[in-house]
Design a protein around this ligand. Structure first.
Ligand code: NAP
Length: 252
């Protein structure tokens, strides 16, 4: 049974490993190709876009895909809709694997916003004489949005090293998660951070910055997740495995 996993997340990698242990299931991983040196699993992997929902539908037909799991990042805007459409066109079952969003606790100072533009608008609410020191962890592809945001200093952290550095008054760090609370605390102290700007990606690997911000009494401007198709979602790789099993009783 060929199962297409639309990946780019740790949940997708976990699902691949779990599914690969079943002899009747052939997981095929698809990546967009954004990460320079992705850690690839020992399963069939294809890299690059399909060419919209129609392209994905054609791939599903040509490769005899029996089920699709869309395990893309919570901020991947297009692929969930393409997966939903392609599944409809080909009459293939589709599941969404989406890690839960982070939730604030009573000690957090979160400012939830809908977009990067709205995040920048919140800077004026943070009281400080002079420019802010901002810890920016929105991902490489979204840094451009902060280009003309005023005289502030950015500590910009990304996974891959950047070839182009869009922010002038910034220090760039490239490092792969997970991060510890101790390291986040020391980084935020070193750069005298006034505010953290991040996306509500969820997950354990990058959660430490939120705990560190809480401990330091620093506000967090957090961008809410984009809208997704209204269909079957699970939050763990184990639940997705069960769903795949249920697609074909012969593998039980
Ligand atoms: P997106 O808006 O959903 O996708 C844009 C286009 O990239 C899609 O239309 C598709 O091209 C191609 N694509 C996306 N995911 C793909 C996959 N798994 N396999 C093959 N093609 C894929 O997503 P994005 O924000 O550009 O992110 C791209 C990838 O990076 C996603 O796989 C996502 O999981 C990962 N990622 C994104 C973020 C983020 O914050 N956005 C963070 C971490 C990881 P075609 O239409 O040509 O098929």
């Amino acid at each position: 049974m060929n199962v297409l996993i639309l990946g780019g997340t740790s949940e997708a990698s976990e699902l691949i490993i779990l599914l690969a242990s079943y002899p009747y299931i052939k997981p095929i991983l698809s990546l967009a190709g954004r990460t320079k040196n992705p850690v690839l699993p020992q399963v069939e992997t294809r890299i690059g876009g399909f060419g919209g929902a129609e392209g994905l539908a054609a791939y599903i037909k040509e490769n005899n895909i029996k089920a699709v799991v869309c395990a893309t990042h919570p901020f991947a805007r297009q692929m969930p809709f393409n997966a939903y459409e392609a599944a409809k066109i080909t009459n293939t079952p589709v599941l969404f694997l989406l890690r839960p969003a982070w939730k604030p606790n009573e000690d957090d100072q979160w400012i939830e916003v809908a977009s990067h533009q709205d995040a920048i608008k919140q800077y004026s609410l943070i009281h400080k004489d002079g420019p802010l020191n901002i810890f920016l962890t929105v991902g490489r592809m979204d840094l451009d949005s902060y280009k003309d945001s005023g005289p502030h200093f950015y500590l910009a952290r990304t996974i891959d090293e950047l070839t182009e550095k869009p922010l002038q008054n910034a220090f760039y760090i490239n490092i792969r998660p997970p991060f510890t609370v101790e390291k986040e605390l020391s980084l935020m102290r070193e750069y005298e951070i006034d505010v953290v700007v991040t996306k509500n990606s969820g997950g354990e690997a990058t959660k430490a910055k939120l705990i560190a911000a809480r401990e330091l009494g620093i506000p967090v401007i957090i961008i809410k997740r984009p809208y997704r198709p209204d269909c079957l979602h699970v939050t763990t790789a184990q639940e997705a495995v069960q769903w795949v099993m249920d697609r074909d009783n012969s593998v039980l």
